[in-house]
Design a protein. Structure first.
Length: 209
């Protein structure tokens, strides 16, 4: 495919995606990078045009992350969210992850954390455990089990604090190229799966692709 056509397709795709997400913060940066991409490309400076495009995708990931935060519940069971801990970031094509969302609930020692990452390096190994009977059996340890959450195959890992003996769980839910991870201290399997069922996974999977 010619470079001109490929660039124009990427540019149009980024503009379309950014316009489908309603947000305020970051819009100015996106417009600035869009203008730079256009002028650099017109001037034949493909390196600067490419860099500006990458910055636009970072802006897009940040915007998507903020929309995902709005989808997450403000409370899980009796645990309330900690707004000051909310974190959203995007990264350029040179990094593994392009979208990162972080939110915590509750106070120490009873804290639950949600992380949403696309293109996570963990997805392949988790998917192998979940979908390959032979390799999955070799990789899975005695503290892990598979289950379905809202129709998605998931990996549940039991964690024991060596100092206190308290039990916690980690639930990893791969959805195509997006990984949702829930970590919960001093909890039960029933509680963490209940937490997971308060998250609109299908909507997050749709918007994060």
């Amino acid at each position: 495919m010619p470079v001109t056509k490929l660039f124009n397709m990427k540019l149009l795709l980024s503009i379309f995606l950014i316009n489908t997400i309603v947000y305020s913060a970051g819009a100015q940066d996106f417009d600035k990078n869009l203008s730079t991409a256009k002028t650099s490309y017109t001037a034949g400076n493909l390196e600067d045009a490419r860099f500006a495009m990458e910055q636009m995708l970072i802006n897009l990931d940040e915007a998507i992350g903020k929309e995902i935060l709005k989808m997450l519940p403000v409370q899980m069971g009796s645990l309330k969210t900690n707004p000051k801990d909310d974190n959203v970031s995007g990264s350029s094509a040179g990094f593994t992850a392009g979208l990162y969302v972080h939110r915590t609930y509750g106070l120490m020692p009873n804290v639950t954390t949600i992380e949403i990452i696309n293109n996570s390096p963990m997805i392949n190994s988790i998917s192998m455990i979940l979908n390959s009977p032979i390799m999955g059996g070799m990789l899975r340890d005695e503290n892990q089990k598979t289950l379905k959450v809202q129709g998605y195959k998931s990996l549940l890992t039991k964690k024991t604090d060596s100092d206190t003996g308290k039990i916690g769980y980690e639930l990893q839910i791969p959805m195509n190229n997006t990984l949702v991870t829930i970590n919960s201290d001093e909890t039960t399997e029933t509680q963490i799966t209940g937490f997971a069922n308060t998250i609109p996974l299908s909507k997050i999977a749709q918007v994060s692709q």
